[in-house]
Design a protein around this ligand. Sequence first.
Ligand SMILES: [Fe+2]
Ligand SMILES: [Fe+2]
Length: 378
Amino acid sequence: MNAHTKTPTHSAYAATAEEAIAAQDALDVGMTSEEATEVAMQNTLLTPRFYTTDFEEMDAIDVTPVRADWDRLIAGMKADPNKGHFKKTDAWEADWEGMDPALKAEFIDFLISSCTAEFSGCVLYKEMKRRGSNEDITTLFQLMARDEARHAGFINDALREAGIRVNLGFLTQQKKYTYFRPKFIYYATYLSEKIGYARYITIFRHLEEHPEKRFHPIFQWFREWCNDEFSHGEAFALLMKTDPKLTESFTNKLWIKFFLTAVYSTMWVRDHQRPLFHEALGVDVTWYGQEVFRKTSEISKQVFPITLDIDHPRWRPNLDRMEAASRQIAAAKARGGVMGTLSRLGGMAKAGFAFVSILTIPAHKHTVPDSPVMQPAY
Ligand SMILES: [Fe+2]
Ligand SMILES: [Fe+2]
C-alpha cells in the first residue's frame, strides 16, 4: 500500500472497484487456491466469460433522450444504500464441516461460478470507466464496477472460509477476453443483470417461506444484492432507449431473440448440473428455471418488444435435450480418443438442433412503454 491508494478495511465499504479489489487482495496474502482459480479460468459455452468491446463507440452514447430517468437512476446509485452491506455480520453462521461433501462440492462450484460472473461484470465496467471520457458513461460504469467488486469480494469471503479463493488479480490478467460489439454487450449484459435479479429474488423469497432450508448464510444477503443487479439492468435499459434502432429494427429483434434464447438455455443447462444444491434448498430446479424465465420476461418487456414463448410445447423438451447433449459432451471429453471425439461431435449436433428448435418458436410481441423505468417488485 502506498500513500496514494487508500485500502479500505473491507470491500463492502469500497467506493471504487479498485479499492474493493485491493481490500480483497490484502485478505488473501499468502493464500493460494489454484484449483478454484482454474475453475474460474475455464472458457466453455457454459462458464462465465470475460468481455471486451469497442469502448470508443460506447463512450459516444448521448443520454439526452433519457436524461430525466438517467439522472434519477445515477443519483440513486450514488446515494449508495448498500454501502457496508456485503460483509459478514453476527447473522453469519456457516457450517462447512457439517455439509454433505457432495453438496459442498456443488455449492462451491456455484460460488466460484457466481464469483466469476460478478467479477466479469466488474472487469468490463471498470475498463469502460478507465477508457471513457463521457462523464455520464464513466460515472455509471464506475458505480456498477464498484457494486460488482463488492459482490465478488463477498463471495470470496464465503469461499475463504472453506479454504478456497478465486484469485481476482490473476483472472483479470490471464483469463481470455471475448470481443462483443457494443449492441451485443447491451443485450447480453442487460439480460444477465435482470436474470441475476430474478434468480436471487426467487431464492430469497423461497427461503423466507422455508427458513429451515437455508443451508448457508449468504442467501440472507440476496435481497439487497438483487436490488443492485436490478438497477444495473435499469441502466442498460436506458442505454438501449437512447437509440430506438437497437430494439426496433428487424435484424436487432432477431438478435434479441437469439440472446434471450441463449441466456435462458445456458441457465437451464447449468442449473440442472447442480441437483444436490437445488435439492438442499428445497427448490425444484425445473420449476425454478421456468419461474426465473417468467420474471425476467415480464421485466424485459420494459425495453424488448418480444418475449419467448416458454409455454410452447417445443420449449421444455428441447431444453432437456440440450441438457442431455451437454452431459454427453462432458462425458465424451473425459473419455477422449476417436470415440470420444465422435461422441462429442454428436452431442454438439444434438445441442445445435435443440437450440434451433427453440429459436424458431414464434415469439410473443409487445408494445414497449416510452419510459422503461421500473421498480423491483418481486
Ligand atoms: Fe453483481
Ligand atoms: Fe450487476
